[in-house]
Design a protein around this ligand. Structure first.
Ligand SMILES: [Zn+2]
Ligand SMILES: [Zn+2]
Length: 428
């Protein structure tokens, strides 16, 4: 035998052995398919007579975990239009053979008659899944599901407050005893409180040298304006919420007198500013109180804040890292926890959580973000709707948390640099 022939014979032997092994595996798989009673086989029509999406994955594989909130959202929003089924291939080892899959996660699309239309391997976003159904001739967007399309584009009632009584920063009511006024080229800007003043100051992009000369605050006992550079501040914390409060005085004696009644610490402008700036939004840099903010844990353990829920997601875009966001439902204060993986939502607790994207129509007719004070997360669509009902001036629309994150991930570094800075997102 020549050397070349020997090689050919050995190779043929190896191939036939491999083929036998593969066949034996297939026999085993066939047995597995036959012995399986549940779940339904791939060719079986969906019991509900609906188009069906089957996701095969496992609870410990990362891209599979990322599919979980996507499936929950689809299940919730296309109830009665689409059957969404998750099968765990590690807990039910026969399933992968039954469906003939090589990779998890795999998503299989069936029509209402149970015919397979398409399959996809790896993470598949909600937007991509919906686009695929459309491409396959199954239009789910016309589902009429109020959950997917809830919006309010005109306020439920007119804002009848005079302009001078609305805080420039938060749109809240101005209390005459805590008013702060900043003189600008365009006239005086009125703010509800020293905190809103520091928020504004923290995100101004102009040269801030001697900025304080333009600012007056209000003497708590008399209601008279005082230059901020001459004021003394009494700062304390709310007993229940721990949220800071600030009272301003024209003189130190009055501040000390109030301290003996109300508690707190007397501070000068410099130390108050330091305290106010000690917590900043990890996305837009503005000053915030932890009590009002979303907590953000960046991969590697760094903790920061999101001054609003959408800014919190923006930390993933700004840092390019995976994050965990711990936010509170704006209506009930129940926790909402979002974990991201490579710029997408990997897990969402509770899975029914959604976001409100507060928007306002600008004079030219286009829509822009209504600013950080008008955004929020909710544990359910119902909570969001109730909150919108309780806040008749809010306008905007419901979006999925995946979409809110995707919107942030699309931003360029230059846009992130300017994010939420005064004038960028608060059309007035
Ligand atoms: Zn305010
Ligand atoms: Zn922010």
């Amino acid at each position: 035998m020549t050397k070349a022939l020997k090689i050919v014979v050995v190779a043929a032997l190896i191939l036939s052995v491999a083929a036998i092994v593969r066949l034996k595996q297939r026999d085993k798989q066939m047995e597995a398919v036959q012995s399986l009673t549940t779940p339904p086989t791939a060719a079986e029509p969906a019991a509900s007579g609906l188009p069906r999406l089957v996701d095969l994955g496992a609870d410990k594989c990362i891209p599979c975990k990322m599919m979980a909130p996507v499936l929950e959202e689809l299940k919730e929003q296309y109830k009665g239009k689409l059957d969404v089924v998750f099968l765990d291939v590690w807990k039910n080892p026969n399933v992968s053979a039954q469906y003939g899959i090589q990779v998890i996660p795999t998503q299989i699309f069936y029509d209402a008659a149970g015919k397979e239309l398409f399959r996809h391997e790896g993470f598949f976003s909600k937007e991509d899944i919906l686009a695929k159904w459309k491409e396959l001739g199954v239009d789910l967007s016309a589902s009429g599901s109020s959950a997917a399309t809830f919006e309010r584009l005109t306020p439920a009632k007119a804002d009848e407050r005079p302009k001078e009584s609305i805080c420039y920063m938060c749109d809240g009511d101005i209390d005459a005893r805590t008013l702060v006024t900043v003189q600008t080229d365009k006239g005086p800007v009125r703010l509800c409180s020293p905190h809103c003043y520091f928020i504004m100051h923290s995100c101004l992009t102009e040269d801030k040298t001697e900025f304080e000369r333009k600012v007056t605050v209000t003497d708590w006992p008399t209601g008279k304006p005082v230059p901020i550079l001459e004021a003394v501040f009494l700062c304390g914390e709310d007993e229940t919420t721990g949220r800071p409060w600030i009272k301003v005085f024209a003189g130190r004696d009055a501040a000390l007198a109030e301290r003996s009644a109300a508690g707190g610490s007397v501070l000068n402008l410099e130390s108050l500013a330091q305290k106010e700036m000690s917590h900043r939004c990890g996305f837009c840099d503005r000053a915030c109180y932890p009590q009002d903010a979303a907590e953000v844990i960046v991969e590697g353990g760094v903790h920061t804040w999101g001054c609003c829920s959408h800014c919190a997601l923006g930390v993933a875009a700004r840092t390019g890292k995976d994050i965990e966001v711990r936010e509170k439902d704006r209506l009930t204060k129940q926790p909402v926890v979002v974990k991201t993986f490579e710029g997408r939502v990997a897990s969402l607790e509770p899975a029914t959580a959604v976001a409100w994207f507060g928007q306002r129509q600008k004079p030219d007719g286009t829509w822009a973000s209504a600013g950080c004070f008008h955004q929020g997360f909710f544990t359910s669509v119902d909570n969001l709707k109730r909150w919108v009902e309780q806040n008749p001036l809010e306008t905007g629309r419901l979006i999925s948390i995946s979409q809110a994150l995707a919107d942030k991930m699309k931003l360029t570094p230059a846009q992130i640099q300017k994010a939420c800075k005064i004038g960028e997102c608060v059309p007035k």
